[in-house]
Ligand binder design. Structure first.
Ligand code: UDX
Length: 464
């Protein structure tokens, strides 16, 4: 089937490449010329494990996506047109819908009759109707253009659907090829059936799994949830809000554990064994960051407030999360007393391992707070340093290439991002390079007793 994808960010590029790998004919549009030129040559502009290999696999199957900045070429190609443009947060918490608006109007100008326009971007509830209106506007532009050239234009049919994504950065390919569910939101049964048809190879798992991203044993068919557009849009927000709540719940329990002398790891293990609760997303620490949780929780708060409803639980989820970052500073003050002039090291800058993404990264807030208090802050990260330098010019953070260099002369070391290589460190060697012995385990990855045996003053998050 012919698929067009507007936007080649994380979501657009992963979606497009996976559809191509599954055998569809895919064309991708972006306004960023450099990005498109790179992609034409197989250069992947973002860090996402296996994405480059997947593009190579598409080439081998003769299914390499068309990458273009020509809206007409890409949009007129698709029976299915996916909108996967960014909806970044604005200062007031509402998403910026400028790119979505422009994409929908452009689709109206160039789409073929009968196209299905599918929203993959995370959009405020009700955007399905809004996108339909914007596509109509685009069609009207085309009609007025045509009338200038005295040709007639027949009425164009199209439908709008919602198909939220649930992929995580760093495991986006596996999340797309082997999802827990596929959500198809449409108010028209025929359209829903067509979308299900597009996904059939995936939902039935009828493709040969790539060697670099194998299918887990016992992974069966994928549930396709077919619902109305508004519910599909709400599913996306609720899923992220729930995961954010789950982490904030674990963090609140961690803080109580600290007070009463319990270990939050034991407590979460104990509650996670209850199948109704589950083990995942209960890791307490310095909390969530990234491009989705904060943005989506904020947007959902705004949506509720539009209806004069006060979503207290969502507000508390946010408040608890960001307080975890302050807690790190509090712990440093408790143990170092004076922060001014102290040298503090951050292990990891990215908001989580396996990505170079720094959006809402706890490391940036922690570094900024420490710099403000007069500390000398040094950081390392396997891949995010370049991004950090480019995105934060003038930031008084210094960078080193690895953990050993980082440890030199430190008064305190903080694990911010649990990259695997930071979990396999020779901590005895790290301690010998430090000036002090304070270690704050912001991700609860180390054994408190082993760290104390080595001579560290070990502070976890809720490890008593
Ligand atoms: C998230 C959702 O998981 C995904 O379904 C959605 O489509 C996009 O948003 P992502 O932001 O890529 O994905 O990362 P995720 O793995 O969910 O982690 C988000 C943040 O939560 C990270 O900062 C991570 O460190 C933190 N986290 C996660 C915890 O603090 N504790 C946990 O138990 C799990």
């Amino acid at each position: 089937m012919r698929v067009s994808v507007i936007g080649t960010g994380y979501v657009g590029l992963v979606t497009a490449t996976c559809f191509a790998f599954l055998g569809h004919d895919v064309a991708c549009l972006d306004i960023n010329e450099k990005r498109i030129e790179d992609l034409k040559q197989g250069k992947v502009p973002i860090y996402e494990p296996h994405l480059e290999e997947l593009l190579i696999a598409c080439k081998a199957k003769n299914k390499y996506p068309i990458f273009s900045t020509d809206a007409k070429e890409v949009i007129s190609h698709g029976e299915f047109i996916f909108i996967a443009v960014g909806t970044p947060p604005q200062a007031n918490g509402e998403p910026n819908l400028e790119y979505l608006k422009s994409a929908a109007e452009t689709i109206g100008q160039y789409m073929q009759d009968g196209a299905i326009v599918i929203n993959k971007s995370t959009v405020p509830v009700g955007s399905g109707n809004w996108v339909a209106m914007l596509v109509e506007n685009g069609i009207a532009l085309r009609a007025s253009d045509a009338s200038k050239h005295t040709s007639t234009l027949t009425k164009l049919n199209f439908s709008v659907a919602s198909n939220p994504e649930f992929l995580r950065e760093g495991s986006a390919i596996a999340d797309t090829l082997y999802p827990d569910r596929i959500v198809v939101g449409s108010d028209n049964q025929e359209v829903a059936n067509k979308l299900k048809g597009l996904y059939r190879v995936l939902s039935e798992q009828e493709f040969v799994a790539p060697d670099f991203c194998p299918r887990l044993e016992n992974f069966g068919k994928v549930e396709v949830i077919s619902t109305d557009i508004t519910s599909a849009e709400m599913i996306k927000y609720s899923a992220n809000a729930f995961l954010a709540c789950k982490i904030s719940f674990a963090n609140q329990m961690a803080n109580i554990c600290d007070l009463v002398g319990a270990d939050v790891l034991e407590v979460m293990k104990g509650i996670g064994s209850d199948e109704r609760i589950g083990h995942r997303f209960l890791n307490a620490g310095i909390g969530w960051g990234g491009s989705c949780f904060g943005k989506d929780v904020d947007a959902l708060i705004k949506i509720a407030e539009e209806y004069n409803y006060n979503p207290e639980m969502l507000k508390a989820t946010k408040k608890i999360n960001y307080a975890q970052r302050d807690l790190v500073i509090k712990r440093l003050q408790e143990h170092l007393k004076i922060i001014k002039g102290k040298k503090i090291g951050l292990l990891g800058i990215a908001f989580k391992p396996n990505t170079d993404d720094l959006r809402d990264a706890p490391a940036l807030d922690i570094a900024a707070a420490l710099i403000k208090l007069g500390a000398r802050v040094v950081a390392t990260d396997p891949i995010a340093i370049e991004n950090c330098k480019v995105q934060n010019p003038g930031f008084e953070l210094s960078y080193v290439n690895n953990a050993s260099e980082l440890a030199e002369g430190l008064d305190a070391l903080i694990l911010v991002t649990e990259w695997q290589e930071y979990l396999d460190l020779d901590m005895k060697d790290i301690l010998s390079r430090m000036n002090g012995n304070l270690f704050i385990d912001g991700r609860n990855q180390y054994s408190p007793s082993k760290m104390r045996e080595l001579g560290f003053t070990y502070i976890g998050m809720g490890r008593a």
